[in-house]
Each structure stands twice: as C-alpha cells, then as structure tokens.
Design a protein around this ligand. Structure first.
Ligand SMILES: [Mn+2]
Length: 376
C-alpha cells in the first residue's frame, strides 16, 4: 500500500469494524459482501487487488474473532462507468476482460473467506436499445464468461455454490436474467445448469410482473433455488425499492416453499435491503433488520403449521388427483400418445366443469394463519 493510501486503508478497516460490530449485535451467523463494498478501485488492477487482499485478510481475522461466517461474495460489475453497456455482454472485449479480472479476484477472496456461495448479478447485462444490440452475440459471450468462471473455480479448488440473481429491468430496459424461468432456460441452453443455482430476490420477481414468491417457487420446483435476497418492493411504485419485508403472509409463503424442499441446502436469507431515506435514526437499521428477521421467523412457524395441519396441501393434492390413475399415469411416465389420448377423449366425452376454488383456498389460508398464531 502506497503512503497516500494509508488513510484510505484505515477508513476501510473502520468500515469493516463497524460492519462486524453490527453483525455481532444482531446475532447473525452470516454476512455477504461485494468487492467495492470493501475496497474502492484504484489506478491499476495490481493496486486494486493488493488493497482487497489486505482488507480481506482483515475480514478473515474478524470472522475468526467473531465466529461470523461468509454466506457469499460477489463483484460489483455495475457501478463503474466502463460497465454502462454491460460487463460480460459489453460490445467492447476490453471491458469484458476488465470484468473477468475483477471476478477472478472476487472469487479468490470469497474462497479465502470460506464463502459458501458466489453470486452473479448481471446489473448491466441487457440492453437499452435493440437498434444497437446483437442479442445472440451478447448471450454467447455471457455464457463463455460463466464457463471461464467454472474453470477458475476449479483451479482455485473452491467448493462454493455459484448463483445467478434474476432481474428483468433496471438499470437496463431489458436484462437477460429476466426471471427464474428465463435463467433456468439460459443455463440449459448453454450446458451450465449443473454448475449454477439461483439467488432469488422477490423484489425483482414483482418487477418481472410475478407475485412475490413466484420465482422462489419456480426455482424450488426445478431444484434450482440456492439462496434468497429477501427484499420486498412497494407494489404501487413498480421499481426496486429494496425494502425490508414485514408482511407475514408473504414470509409464510416463502417459508412454506423452503420447508417443502427441506430447507436451504446452500444459501440463506440475505437482506439486500436499505431503510427508507426518511428513516434517519441509527436505531432504524436495527429495527429494520430485527423486525424483518422476526417476520420470517413468524412465517416459518406459520408454514410449519400449514404443513403439519395438511389442510392446504391436501386441497392442492386433490386438484391433481386425476393424474394418479389410468391413462393419466401413462402420460406422466411418457408412455402415452396423441392417438391414445384421442381415444380416451372420444370414449369419456366432455369432462365436467371443475372449479378452481380460489376464494376457498384464500379463506383456508387465512384460517391457517389464525390457527398458527394461536399455537405460538
Ligand atoms: Mn439482490
């Protein structure tokens, strides 16, 4: 570190001290970070890396002192002006190379800190205008970027889980990692599905036009749910407000999905949130984190009740009961054909009208929440 960077180094260390003091006071087991949270970019890659090396050594020391562990790390590939037109999808290969160098170092540091995951959020991987964009070229480049990340992970000997965090728009007009289904399709298209899971942020899910827990359920359904950034948005605003969730109903839905999949295999709930600009007291940071953690804890108790009572799961099961028998079983086993189905349709005639019972499901969900509250 150059002599004019001594003050900078001290300021960065104080920030780390404050962060770990906060983690300990909250009593949390894990934290997350991105590289530019910890250390700013300097003149050269060499200097930038040297600073991050020193500061991550300091973080490792703080981890050992406090017992707080790293959930995941990531690289900020969206703040620097060179990334305005993308990082791994930038038309300029030199920007692509800068992004690769940055991710290489962020992965190295995450591995050193024993991170359980490494997240890619493609903040600027998308387009603002189709007139100046070659979609296929950009997506091919992004896939190659991920393939090189897999190679580097193996060279490091790292065992952390890779995650991609979907988001449909903002800052770009369109982002390639639109939602869970889109990312899963992308990963299969490029042969990457084995090496990645998803980090779902429900605030992004609502930006994509889905309900809060849609992407969590979608990712879990395909065994691709790795971790959750549990932010919520304001449904009346329609942008990424990164608020702390205080809605027990939504927390219950999330925890219901997590319990059904047997809990997190990797990952956890990350508060990628900020208090409102008007929440100006220092204690607001504590109120926000503790309040939202308690909301999810309550959601977990509610979800456990819903699963053990079995009322709602049985109602869903009953809706699909027709698939447990006869020709429908053959369809599920891949042993049917259009010819066979045509015969069934001709023989059995028009099916009777079956109600979706949405209002009943909503009533029972309400009743289950009340019953769960009485229990604890
Ligand atoms: Mn996030």
């Amino acid at each position: 570190v150059k002599s004019d960077n001594v003050e900078l180094l001290e300021a960065c260390k104080q920030r780390i001290d404050a962060a770990f003091e906060f983690f300990v006071k909250l009593g949390v087991e894990y934290y997350t970070f991105h590289d530019r949270d910890v250390a700013p970019e300097l003149e050269t890659i060499e200097e930038t890396n040297a600073l991050l090396d020193i500061l991550s050594d300091y973080m490792l020391q703080k981890q050992k002192e406090t017992g707080v562990k790293l959930l995941w790390g990531t690289a900020n590939l969206f703040s620097h002006p060179r990334y305005a037109n993308g990082a791994a999808t930038n038309p300029d290969p030199l920007v692509y190379a800068q992004a690769a160098a940055q991710v290489k170092q962020a992965m190295k540091v995450t591995h050193k800190l024993g991170g359980q995951g490494y997240v890619f959020w493609g903040g600027r991987e998308g387009y603002a205008s189709l007139l100046n964009t070659d979609l296929r070229k950009e997506l091919d480049h992004m896939a190659q970027f991920f393939k090189m990340a897999i190679q580097w992970k193996h060279k490091l000997g790292a065992s952390f889980q890779f995650y991609i965090e979907p988001k449909p728009r903002e800052p770009c007009k369109h982002q390639y990692d639109y939602d869970a289904q889109t990312v899963i399709g992308f990963l299969h298209t490029y042969g990457l599905a084995q090496d990645f899971k998803l980090n779902i942020e429900p605030n992004h899910t609502t930006l994509a036009g889905h309900q809060y827990d849609h992407d969590i359920q979608m990712a879990a359904a395909f065994d691709m749910l790795g971790s959750i950034d549990c932010n919520t948005g304001d449904e009346l605003l329609g942008w990424d407000t990164d608020q702390f969730l205080t809605d027990e109903r939504k927390a219950t839905q999330v925890m219901h999905t997590l319990l059904k999949m047997g809990g997190f295999k990797t990952g956890g709930l990350n508060f990628d949130c900020k208090v409102r600009r008007e929440s100006t007291d220092l204690e607001d940071l504590f109120i926000a984190h503790i309040g939202s953690m308690d909301t999810f804890a309550k959601g977990l108790l509610n979800a456990a009740h819903i699963l053990s009572s079995g009322r709602l799961p049985k109602m869903v099961e009953a809706r699909y009961a027709g698939w447990n028998q006869g020709f429908a079983q053959s369809v599920e086993l891949g042993k049917s054909s259009f010819e066979e189905l045509e015969k069934v349709a001709e023989k059995q005639g028009q099916p009777k009208q079956t109600s979706g019972k949405q209002e009943l499901f909503e009533m029972v969900f309400n009743e289950e929440l009340v019953a769960a509250t009485r229990k604890h």
